[in-house]
Design a protein around this ligand. Structure first.
Ligand code: SAH
Length: 346
């Protein structure tokens, strides 16, 4: 069955034509799905009962079910555990900032990239999410919170560029008129560095921000933390970042998770400066969030501050990621994992 929530307006028009319906019906249905965030055909009250029944029989409208919401007492961050129509579970996060609400979504069920410090990858990849399933994380959170979502970051479980076609369709539906119409500039896609896909994304010439998970300043160290580095040389990854900037004029955002005693030394900072100083970029330092399956530890506070100062002194723009919702299984994939562990024990 065709998933109507993953279709563009044009494609929806073609479907309506096939059903012998007028073109304007497509616009109505599109508005119900992407603007009014309807979960069921039944709600689409300006369509005839006949048409609603036909849609019900012939099409899918995937809806995510909220299984659990964990709310941080510290900062109002909420973690959502969603059930997919086929029984898999994924997680998303709502972060409330003074400049608006941000939602961090998953792009896959699990992940096959294998980054050593990440909980999302421990059970491997189950499948990529459909565009509708990426969208619905945002739709359900907006409905639940009754507050508008301003920013979307594709930084939850999964590697978005490993689910490229679905990602692009999702970006199109999220940012075009007639839906939530979120500005491309308010969308960030984070990748572990799949070089050919980064180049392809650059050529789409979107205005979204590309975040690159760097995490190390040498090829050797990067390989230790991120198996994807066995496939792509660090120099090629940085060339792809440069290319992204050339094509889109969007500043690259580098993510650097500081892991105690592994990549947080003075020499690491110096090497990092030499590596990226010629790039138009911003560095986001993330104190690693330890997961129980690995023995990585967080860098000490002073080490983090020293690292930041060193970068800043050389003119690089740096922020330290605020650790939102630490009290609620904050790190990537931890809520989903603890849920799956619990299910196993039952
Ligand atoms: N696959 C994409 C997006 C998902 S992860 C990517 O690799 O970018 C989002 C970010 O969180 C990445 O930079 C990732 O390396 C980082 N991350 C994952 N687990 C972490 C942890 N336990 N502590 C700190 N950062 C982590």
């Amino acid at each position: 069955m065709i998933d109507l929530k993953s279709l563009t307006l044009l494609e929806l028009q073609q479907e309506m034509e096939k059903l012998g319906e007028k073109k304007f019906r497509a616009k109505q249905i599109y508005g119900w799905i992407h603007e009014k965030l309807a979960d069921r055909f039944e709600e689409m009250t300006n369509l005839s009962k006949d048409l609603r029944e036909r849609l019900e029989q012939e099409y899918e409208l995937p809806v995510l079910k909220i299984i659990q919401v964990q709310k941080s007492a510290q900062d109002g961050t909420c973690k959502f555990l969603f059930g997919l129509p086929d029984g898999h579970v994924i997680e998303s996060v709502l972060m409330r900032y003074h400049h608006g609400n941000s939602v961090c979504i998953s792009s896959q069920v699990g992940c096959r990239m294998g980054c050593r410090f990440c909980a999302s990858t421990l059970g491997g990849l189950k499948r990529g999410l459909r565009p509708s399933e990426m969208l619905d994380q945002i739709y359900q959170i907006q409905k639940w919170s009754k507050e508008r979502v301003h920013n979307v970051v594709v930084m939850g479980t999964g590697e978005p560029l490993d689910n490229y076609d679905a990602l692009l369709r999702f970006l199109n539906l999220l940012t075009c008129e007639g839906g939530l119409h979120i500005s491309q500039r308010n969308v960030t896609v984070s990748t572990c560095g799949i070089v050919p896909r980064m180049r392809q994304l650059a050529e789409e010439k979107l205005q979204i921000t590309l975040a690159l998970s760097l995490h190390a300043s040498s090829q050797e160290k990067r390989k230790m933390l991120m198996p994807v580095a066995n496939r792509y040389e660090l120099s090629d990854v940085l060339d792809a970042c440069r290319y992204y900037f050339e094509q889109t004029k969007r500043r690259i955002s580098f993510e650097y998770s500081l892991v105690g005693g592994v990549n947080d030394g003075e020499e690491d900072a110096e090497e990092l400066i030499a590596l990226i100083r010629s790039l138009n970029c911003h560095v986001n330092l993330i104190p690693v969030n330890p997961i129980k399956e690995r023995d990585y530890v967080q860098s000490g506070h002073q080490t983090i501050v020293n690292f930041k100062n060193k970068l800043e002194k050389s003119g690089i723009v740096v922020t330290i990621r605020r650790e939102m919702g630490r009290d609620i299984d904050g790190a990537c994939g931890q809520l989903r994992r603890s849920y799956l562990d619990m299910e196993k024990e039952r």
